[in-house]
Design a protein around this ligand. Structure first.
Ligand code: ADP
Ligand code: MG
Length: 348
C-alpha cells in the first residue's frame, strides 16, 4: 500500500509534533494553515498556506490527503463539515462544533452529571445585573478563546464599566473556583471502549497560560480515579476518535470540576514524548489513521516547563543539557510576549 498522507489543519507547535510522530510511523503529513510563517512547515512533508474559508485552496489540500485531522479547535464548523463530505475528518466536525462553544461544551458535560463551575450565558450588559451569585467570576467569550484570551475577571458589578467589554460578542459568566490544583487527563480513543489513557498531569498556570506540567500529579487516589473515569466517559459519549484532553480544577475542599475539553493533543501532554513509550501525538496519529493500538507505559516521571516569549533566548544560545533534559524549539520566526516559543521536559 502506498504511504498514508495525513492532512493536518493548523501549523503551530502541536502540528509540528504531530508531523514528527507521523514521520516515525512512515506517514506523510500535509499541513494547511492560514499563517504563511507557521512553524510546522519546518516539520511536515508539504505545507499549504490558505484561509479557512478559501474553498479552492482547501479543495487542493483535500485532494492530496487520505484523512484529515486538526491541531486547534477554532476552525469554522462549515469548513470542517465541508471537508468531511469529501474525505474523513477525525475527530468528527460535530464534536469540534460542540467543544468550541463554551456554553454548549459545559451543557454537554453537565448532562453527563459531571461537575463544572457554575455558569450562565451573558448576551448583554444588563444580564449581569442579576448575577451576583456568580461573583467573583470570570467572563469568557463563548468562542475563540485560548491562553486566557477573551477573559475578564470580575469581582463586582461595578467593575464592568471600567473593563471596556465588547458586548456585540456573547459570553459566559463562570463562578471563580478557589483552586487548590489544576490537572489534565489525556486519553486516546480508538473505538468503543478501546482507548489508551495517560495518568493525570498536574498543571500550573501563570497569567492564564500554562507554565509547568508534571507527573505524578500530587492528588488523592479519589481525584486520580475520578478524573480518569470522567475523561473516559466524556470520550465514550462523544464517540471520539483520536487524542482528547480534559482540563480539571480541584478546589480547596477536594471537589473535582471539569474546566474544559480540548478535542486535540494538548500542551500539558508534551511530557508524554519523553516519559512514555508512546506519546499523545503518536497515539493521535495511530487512532485517526486506524493503526494498531499499543498499550501505553510510563517510562519515567517528568516535568515540563513552557518557554514563553524571550525565555527561549538562553536556550537558543546553546545552554548545556544533561541526558534527562529535552529542549524543543518551536522555530517560531518572531519572539512575542505571552507566546509559547518552546519547552523543556526533564525526566525525574
Ligand atoms: P483557555 O481556553 O484560555 O485555556 P480556561 O477556561 O481554561 O481558558 O482558563 C484559563 C485558566 O484560567 C485556567 O486554566 C485557570 O487557571 C483560570 N480559570 C479559568 N476559569 C476559572 C474559574 N472559573 N475559577 C478559577 N480559575 C479559572
Ligand atoms: Mg484552558
Amino acid at each position: 500500500m502506498s504511504k498514508i498522507n495525513l492532512g493536518i489543519i493548523g501549523g503551530g507547535q502541536l502540528g509540528s509534533m504531530l508531523s514528527m510522530a507521523a514521520k516515525k510511523l512512515n506517514i506523510k503529513t500535509t499541513i494547511y494553515c492560514n499563517d504563511s510563517s507557521a512553524p510546522a512547515q519546518n516539520f511536515c512533508d508539504e505545507f499549504i498556506f490558505g484561509e479557512y474559508n478559501d474553498n479552492q485552496k482547501i479543495l487542493e489540500f483535500v485532494d492530496k490527503v487520505d484523512i484529515i485531522t486538526y491541531e486547534f479547535e477554532n476552525i469554522p464548523y462549515e469548513t470542517l463539515n465541508g471537508i468531511n463530505k469529501k474525505k474523513k475528518v477525525l475527530p468528527k466536525p460535530s464534536i469540534n462544533r460542540l467543544i468550541q462553544h463554551r456554553l454548549a461544551e459545559k451543557d454537554f458535560i453537565n448532562k453527563l452529571n459531571i461537575r463544572t463551575t457554575q455558569y450562565t450565558l451573558v448576551q448583554k450588559k444588563t444580564d449581569l445585573d442579576s448575577l451576583n451569585d456568580l461573583l467573583p467570576g470570570i467572563l469568557k467569550t463563548t468562542t475563540m478563546g485560548y491562553d486566557g484570551k477573551g477573559q475578564y475577571p470580575i469581582k463586582s458589578i461595578k467593575d464592568i464599566d471600567s473593563l471596556n467589554i465588547d458586548f456585540s460578542k456573547e459570553y459566559i459568566l463562570e463562578k471563580l473556583i478557589k483552586l487548590k490544583k489544576e490537572i489534565s487527563v489525556i486519553i486516546t480513543r480508538f473505538g468503543n471502549n478501546n482507548y489508551e489513557i495517560y495518568e493525570p498531569i498536574e498543571n500550573t498556570h501563570e497569567n492564564q497560560i500554562l507554565k509547568y506540567s508534571k507527573i505524578p500529579a500530587e492528588i488523592s487516589k479519589d481525584i486520580f480515579d475520578q478524573s480518569k473515569n470522567w475523561a473516559i466517559r466524556i470520550s465514550e459519549e462523544l464517540k471520539y476518535i483520536g487524542t482528547l484532553c480534559v482540563e480539571f480544577f480541584v478546589d480547596k475542599n477536594e471537589n473535582l470540576y471539569v474546566n474544559e475539553i480540548a478535542p486535540r493533543v494538548h500542551n500539558s501532554g508534551h511530557l508524554t514524548i519523553n516519559a512514555y513509550n508512546i506519546s499523545q501525538f503518536e497515539n493521535h496519529v495511530r487512532a485517526v489513521c486506524s493503526l494498531e493500538k499499543i498499550p501505553v507505559k510510563k517510562l519515567s516521571n517528568a516535568k515540563m516547563v513552557n518557554l514563553i516569549g524571550n525565555q527561549i533566548q538562553p536556550y537558543r544560545q546553546n545552554i548545556k543539557l544533561n541526558d534527562k533534559e529535552f529542549f524543543f524549539d518551536y522555530l517560531k520566526k518572531e519572539i512575542k510576549d505571552k507566546r509559547k516559543m518552546g519547552h523543556i521536559t526533564t525526566l525525574i
